[in-house]
Design a protein around this ligand. Structure first.
Ligand SMILES: [Fe+2]
Length: 383
């Protein structure tokens, strides 16, 4: 069977990417709706964008309210503001949350149906032009057909998908990621690592997604610790920005698996930031997933030049040991350190395992994953 491979129409990356995008931004429309958060405002990152729009004589409305992982309420508010201000295109500036919000706003602008009605369907709408400017090296949302929105009524993180959600223009400028604090660098970097490893070890992997995944994994192993230890290491920041993009392109065309499947319910119920819940899950989930996929994990070890062993099982475990070492170096807090109450957590394990299963992601893992397996894994990761 043939494979389909999707990417943004245009990617502008590297130093000065934002300023070099002025011409492309000017083609997007007459009045931009900027979706961002107050941190971008305070750090001066928003001004870097509005300066360019001012020079282009493009009008804009600023919606700087996405200060948490987005839910249906903030998306409705954004869509209404867009209409009231007669905007004609969207620019998302920030981490995954503003980018996901902008995508979801574009859906509401094109239809009166609630976002929850799109769960489990392929979204196919004509939306306004959309540019995405990531300021963390992690989510890869600038390159994906997915948006994750909390449904406030059901307390479920909705995974909404459709090729039309891939931004038209992705601007990857390392100037933004250099402002990310240590914990954000660590968690978002691990999120990108999850995208790449899950994508490579997914049942839906394909040759082109494999190329992007392996390249991302190399860049992450060579640069994430450097960024974490020295946020001003610009070369390492550039490499991580590219890695996050590659990982996003990769899982956009294959899929994520068990880590992301189990991570979303933790975010929905305990408000653990996405990258952090992935980080808490990654090691145990990969130790589980390796059985039945030794060859794929072994290929990662060989690609990283960790071993020349032709014994798949041995090589796969060499990669997992290296992964454990990296996670240790990045000081991921445990759940109890993060403040999740043990009793409340254990009382919700059944719901989380069922919600994870229903999302469909765990079944992309090569090893069969049952609800009961995830119940055991959720128990195991509480420390
Ligand atoms: Fe992710």
């Amino acid at each position: 069977m043939a494979n389909t491979f999707l990417t943004p129409k245009m990617i502008i990356s590297g130093q000065n990417a934002l300023s070099d995008s002025a011409n492309e931004l000017s083609k997007m429309g007459k009045k931009a709706f900027i979706v961002t958060d107050t941190t971008m405002l305070k750090l001066g990152n928003l001004a870097k964008l509005t300066n360019i729009l001012d020079q282009n004589k493009t009008a804009y409305t600023i919606f700087a309210e996405v200060n948490f992982e987005p839910d249906d309420v903030i998306v409705i508010k954004g869509a209404n503001l867009y209409k009231e201000n007669n905007c004609d295109h969207l620019i998302a500036l920030g981490g995954g949350s503003p980018i996901d919000t902008a995508k979801a706003i574009s859906v509401l602008l094109s239809s009166d149906d609630p976002l929850s009605s799109y769960m489990g369907k392929i979204i196919d709408i004509n939306r306004p032009a959309l540019a995405a400017i990531p300021t963390t090296a992690g989510t890869g949302s600038e390159a994906t057909k997915f948006t994750i929105i909390n449904d406030t009524a059901s307390k479920v993180k909705m995974l909404l998908t459709g090729p039309c959600l891939i931004p038209d223009l992705a601007i990857i400028d390392p100037i933004f990621t250099s402002t990310a604090p240590k914990s954000v660098t660590s968690h978002t970097g691990i999120d990108a690592l999850c995208h790449a490893v899950e994508s490579y070890t997914s049942r839906k992997s394909q040759p082109l997604s494999d190329s992007f995944a392996l390249s991302a994994i190399s860049r992450i192993f060579n640069n994430l610790k450097k960024c974490y230890e020295n946020g001003n290491d610009i070369e390492a920041r550039i490499q991580m920005s590219l890695a996050a993009l590659e990982a996003g392109i990769s899982f956009n065309n294959s899929s994520v698996t068990i880590v992301h499947g189990m991570s979303r319910p933790m975010g929905a119920l305990f408000h653990v930031p996405h990258g952090l819940s992935n980080a808490m899950l990654l090691e145990e989930c990969m130790n589980y997933a390796v059985e039945g996929a030794y060859d794929r994990f072994a290929q990662i070890a060989r690609h990283l030049n960790l071993t020349a062993s032709s014994d798949d099982k041995q090589a796969a475990h060499i990669f997992l040991d290296k992964l454990s070492e990296l996670l240790n170096d990045l000081h991921v807090p445990t759940m109890s350190e993060y403040g999740i109450d043990k009793e409340e957590y254990f009382n919700n394990i059944d719901k989380m395992a069922h919600d994870a299963y229903a999302s469909g992601s765990p079944s992309n893992t090569i090893r069969e994953v049952s609800v009961e397996d995830m119940v055991e894994l959720y128990k195991k990761i509480y420390r």
